[in-house]
Design a protein around this ligand. Structure first.
Ligand SMILES: Nc1ncnc2c1ncn2[C@@H]1O[C@H](COP(=O)(O)OP(=O)(O)OP(=O)(O)O)[C@@H](O)[C@H]1O
Ligand SMILES: [Mg+2]
Length: 380
């Protein structure tokens, strides 16, 4: 019987996982270096340590009945060793290791017939003075008709580590020099979609309705459920999510980001964890992505993903400056119908995700309009 859950990382995702786990009677410990991290504030025990520290991860796993994570950029080797020694780690650490290298993940999907954009390796970094780099870049550009986006294989998030290529020489690409890079052909998508898929330890799957995600400055800004798309496109997105999940090992939530074409989709990337595109499931669905993840990794049956309202919209709250959190305007937000703000207990910094607001409504337009009103009313 699983009682103690260990989570590597105690940020907002760890916090919302904790909020789902505690009412079910589980005991949660998070590994996080920051004192009184967001998850600890809502009742998780905290082990102070770096998420990249294998010894700290081992300590966490040894005091937990099952160990999971809220972020990819952690010591995967330590997790792989722990799993080999018989510790219960979910999902499978080998899946995390595969996904963590974005180029490797891309090839993994391509090899299994999952539609992805064309891609090519740019070798080990565009080191200054490395003539081959410019050759690689020129070749990649020619291959993709000049339409390419350069991505770091490791450690990217919120678009950091990505760069749209505009014909610069390797020398001019200061920001990404010396990293492991690859290039993807730019996809002329009509929308960005995401599907949250989850599998339990018995191998049963649950798939949430398709959402539309809108990014601003590479950061997820608005999420709408269900996505406003043709039923055929929706069927394609759901099918690709099912198919992708089949190739991922272990129990838990996987978020599958997609680009929508006319009536087909490309997978952009997979997050082997709960995801920003699923925050609205807390109010919008009978079982949230967080509760599904907890159910999945603890060997419990999954819940229903049915929507509780015809439409839901989530907007992120990003910090604007380095100042203590102001909740000025909260009274206006709370006066709006079926509107649910969430603050993560993080200090604001420019572009830092510090909270989100979810609105349920009779239709998408109504929910979107209310969500906009709510976001504008709040001065963070
Ligand atoms: N091949 C592509 N064609 C067109 N747009 C792309 C492509 N790859 C990425 N983008 C755009 O850049 C955004 C961020 O890319 P990606 O998902 O690779 O980065 P990330 O740093 O992992 O972001 P996040 O943390 O938000 O998931 C995508 O959501 C999309 O808007
Ligand atoms: Mg992404």
């Amino acid at each position: 019987m699983i009682e103690r859950i260990g989570i590597v990382g105690g940020g907002q995702l760890g916090r919302m996982l904790t909020e789902a786990a505690l009412p079910l009677g589980f005991d949660v410990t998070v590994l996080d270096a920051n004192e009184n991290c967001p998850a600890a504030q809502v009742g998780a025990h905290q082990l102070r340590g770096e998420i990249t520290d294998g010894a700290a991860i081992t300590e966490l796993a040894c005091q937990s009945d099952v160990t999971t994570w809220e972020i990819e950029h952690i010591d995967t080797r330590a997790l792989e060793v722990l799993a080999l020694k018989g510790q219960n780690i979910q999902p499978e650490p080998t899946t995390l290791a595969m996904i963590k290298d974005k180029y490797n993940q891309h090839l993994f999907l391509e090899d299994r017939g999952i539609p992805v954009a064309r891609s090519v390796s740019l070798g080990r970094g565009l080191e200054r003075g490395e003539i081959a780099s410019d050759v690689n870049l020129t070749n990649a550009s020619a291959l993709f008709g000049g339409q390419l986006i350069i991505k770091s294989r490791y450690g990217g998030y919120d678009g950091r580590g990505n760069l749209k290529y505009n014909g610069e020489s390797a020398e001019e690409l200061e920001d990404i020099l010396g990293r492991d890079l690859y290039a993807e052909q730019i996809v002329d998508f009509s929308k960005e979609l995401a599907v949250i898929a989850v599998r339990d330890t018995a191998g049963r799957a649950a798939i949430f309705p398709t959402v539309e995600t809108v990014h601003e400055d590479n950061i997820c800004h608005t999420v709408t459920m269900p996505a406003d798309i043709d039923p055929r496109l929706d069927a394609a997105a759901q099918e690709v999510a099912h198919e992708t999940l089949r190739h991922l090992g272990g129990a838990g939530v996987f978020a599958i980001e997609m680009f929508a074409l006319d009536d087909s989709v490309f997978v952009n990337e997979i997050a082997p964890r709960v995801h920003n595109s699923g925050h609205l499931t807390i109010e919008a669905n009978e079982t949230s992505q967080f509760e599904q993840h907890i159910r999945a990794i603890t060997g419990m049956p999954l819940g229903s993903t049915t929507m509780r309202a015809p439409a839901a919209v989530m907007v992120n709250i990003l910090g604007t400056r380095d100042e203590p959190l102001s909740r000025a305007g909260l009274e206006k937000v709370l006066a709006l119908p079926d509107t649910h703000p969430h603050f993560y207990g993080k200090d604001p910094r420019p572009a830092r995700k510090i909270g989100h607001i979810t609105v349920l409504g009779a239709d998408r337009e109504e929910a979107l309009a209310t969500a906009r009103q709510a976001r504008e009313a709040l001065a963070v």
